[in-house]
Design a protein around this ligand. Structure first.
Ligand code: GLN
Length: 197
């Protein structure tokens, strides 16, 4: 059975596990480099990117996470997870995992609208997806190899670069499974390619 891991150091882990199970896939909590060997794809959940980074360092996981991505395994960063993937973060020196060719801005919706819901049209996924935004970032710039798959009011909120998928909202907090199923499909395709070679 296909196994999707959720980086379980901090953040919306249980919600993602439930959403993954609903898609008929096994969910595995990832807490160490060894856990990465047991999974076919990984979700970096929402939470607080700076706290998550601190824990990634504490558990010595930065290099193993980069290696996992270099091996073409699919990784889906949601909200704080998107920030972890970005090559650059506005107003911050350096990056975290830094392997997706995007620049993100954190907390880009200001204090007045800390959280909101918006209907999103997502390329390859469908229309009117209920996007839940919580102190969300947005993607300010993308590199050449990055496919923008969703914009909301002029801001990029979802993109894909090969095996990397990232969104600014929380797909695990709605009953609509379309975004999760899209990632599950990426993971299944990657497993099929691996088995062929
Ligand atoms: N504001 C958080 C950060 O900068 C992200 C919020 C979230 O993941 N819901 O890491």
């Amino acid at each position: 059975m296909t196994k999707i891991g959720i980086l379980a150091l901090q953040g919306a882990v249980r919600e993602h596990a439930n959403a993954i199970k609903k898609c008929g896939v096994e969910a595995v909590a990832v807490k160490s480099a060894e856990d990465l060997q047991k999974i076919d794809g990984l979700i970096l959940p929402g939470g607080e990117s700076t706290t998550m980074r601190r824990l990634i360092d504490t558990y010595d996981m930065l290099k193993p996470l980069k290696r996992f991505i270099s091996m073409d395994r699919p990784v889906f960063g949601t909200c704080a997870g998107l920030i972890l993937l970005a090559r650059s973060i506005e107003g911050y020196d350096g990056c975290h995992i830094g392997m997706m060719d995007i620049v993100v801005q954190r907390n880009s919706y200001g204090r007045q609208i800390n959280s909101f819901e918006a209907n999103l049209d997502i390329k390859g996924i469908g229309k009117a997806f209920p996007g839940v935004f919580i102190r969300a970032p947005h993607i300010a710039e993308v590199g050449e190899g990055v496919d923008v798959i969703c914009e909301h009011e002029g801001r990029i909120v979802m993109a894909r670069q090969d095996n990397l998928l990232g969104c600014a909202f929380h797909p695990e907090l709605t009953d609509d499974t379309r975004v999760m199923l899209y990632f599950v499909k990426m993971v299944r395709e990657s497993v099929a390619t691996r088995n062929k070679s």
